[in-house]
Each structure stands twice: as structure tokens, then as C-alpha cells.
Design a protein around this ligand. Structure first.
Ligand SMILES: [Zn+2]
Length: 228
């Protein structure tokens, strides 16, 4: 497994990811949002060595509920001719949103040993109005006390606006972010690794890219006040 945060200096890594969202994922997601039932989720595969793009993809749930941004991208990756398809172990997997349980499995079974995401589950729920990933974790996988579920790094009470019955704030891990199969990192963690003197300017760059991509979603615009 590879910890993506250790492969490149954080500013070089961030620039490559932001460029990929703007230049490679957005041109695919924008037209796809005109398809009925498609959601704003994109993904891309980059080479670990030089952060160049292998391919990008976007959600196509209009055609099948299994066509999430990540599963679609994985499918396209394996449609590449074998002569030019890199080993997944040599690749980074970028996802605009924290992958759901289906997509984590797709990433693992395909041989990728890492992923980086932009918005986490709680933000996907709050800003985009999409809570299906959290619901599947809660309803199908979670075994603990009834009030003790939620985002892996977020207080349980924030999930779907529910408040823990006893008012307490619990934190549970929905999946292991570092495990023998993969390392999962948020783009925020990469930003946090930027030297403090430069962090503010990179925070501004990150926010601009997030806003520009997010505005493709009418719900995001409605909930954040961003113009479409
Ligand atoms: Zn998914």
C-alpha cells in the first residue's frame, strides 16, 4: 500500500490534483449533469511517478445505479488496451467525494492501493444533499449501538442532522483509512501538510476549485449561495 501524501511535496501534489479536477474531471462532469439521474461525482487515475493523467471519469447513474464516478472510472481504466494500461499499483486514485462502500470495494478489487478525496461523507450529505453512502454504512454494515454510527471522523450527531439520543458525541470508523489494502487521504490532509507560510494561498486555491466544481450541482448552489 502507498500513502499518497508521502509521494510528492504537498504543493506539487495539490497543484496536480487541482489541475486534474479543473482540466480533466470538470469537462466530463459538466455535460453528464444534463443526464437525468446523474450525480456530481468524478474521479481520475494518475501515475504515482509524475502525477500525469491516465484517465478521468464521472458519474453516469442515468444509465445504471452502479455507474458511480469511481466505478465508471475503474471500468474505463480496464477498457484501456493492456499495452498502455499501467499497473494499478503504480497509480493514484482521485475521487471528488469520499468513495462509498461500493466504490471502495471497486478500488480495492482493481488493485489500487490508495485514494484521495475532496469532500468527505458529511460534506457530501450537507452540501450536496446526497446521504446514500452514509445510509448504506449505517443500515447494512454498522453493528454498534444505535446512536453510535456516523461519519468516520465526524461527530455522530452531524449525520443527516440527527442528534445522538444521549446527547453525547461519538466518533466511529466506518472503514479503516489505513489498512493492508490501501491508504485513504483527504485533500485537506494534503493541504495541512503544506508549510504554514504558504498554506493560506493554497487554501484559497483549493476553495476556488471546490467552488467551481461544486457549482455544477444545483443543490450545492442552493445550499452554499454560490451562483451557478
Ligand atoms: Zn460510490
Amino acid at each position: 500500500m502507498t500513502d499518497p501524501i508521502k509521494l510528492h511535496p504537498p504543493t506539487i501534489f495539490l497543484q496536480a490534483l487541482l489541475d486534474c479536477i479543473t482540466d480533466d474531471i470538470t469537462p466530463l462532469s459538466a455535460p453528464a449533469m444534463n443526464e437525468k439521474g446523474t450525480k456530481l461525482f468524478g474521479a481520475a487515475v494518475l501515475l504515482k511517478s509524475d502525477l500525469s493523467l491516465v484517465l478521468a471519469g464521472t458519474n453516469h447513474e442515468s444509465a445504471s445505479p452502479l455507474n458511480h464516478g469511481e466505478t465508471w472510472t475503474v471500468s474505463q481504466f480496464f477498457n484501456l488496451p493492456v499495452e498502455i494500461r499501467p499497473n494499478p499499483k503504480d497509480c493514484l486514485f482521485l475521487s471528488t467525494h469520499e468513495p462509498c462502500s461500493l466504490c471502495i470495494n471497486a478500488i480495492v478489487w482493481s488493485g489500487f492501493d490508495n485514494f484521495v478525496y475532496v469532500w468527505d461523507y458529511a460534506e457530501t450529505d450537507k452540501l450536496f444533499g446526497i446521504s446514500g453512502d452514509l445510509e448504506v454504512w449505517r443500515d447494512c454494515f454498522y453493528h454498534g449501538p444505535e446512536h453510535d454510527y456516523g461519519h468516520n471522523l465526524t461527530d455522530v450527531g452531524t449525520m443527516n442532522g440527527e442528534i445522538a439520543k444521549d446527547g453525547s458525541a461519538h466518533k466511529v470508523e466506518l472503514y479503516k483509512r489505513i489498512n493492508p489494502k490501501f491508504v485513504a487521504r483527504s485533500i485537506q490532509e494534503i493541504l495541512d501538510a503544506v508549510p504554514s507560510a504558504e498554506r493560506e494561498q493554497w487554501e484559497t486555491k483549493l476553495q476556488k476549485v471546490k467552488t467551481d466544481y461544486g457549482r455544477l450541482s444545483p443543490t450545492f448552489c442552493q445550499r452554499t449561495g454560490v451562483t451557478q
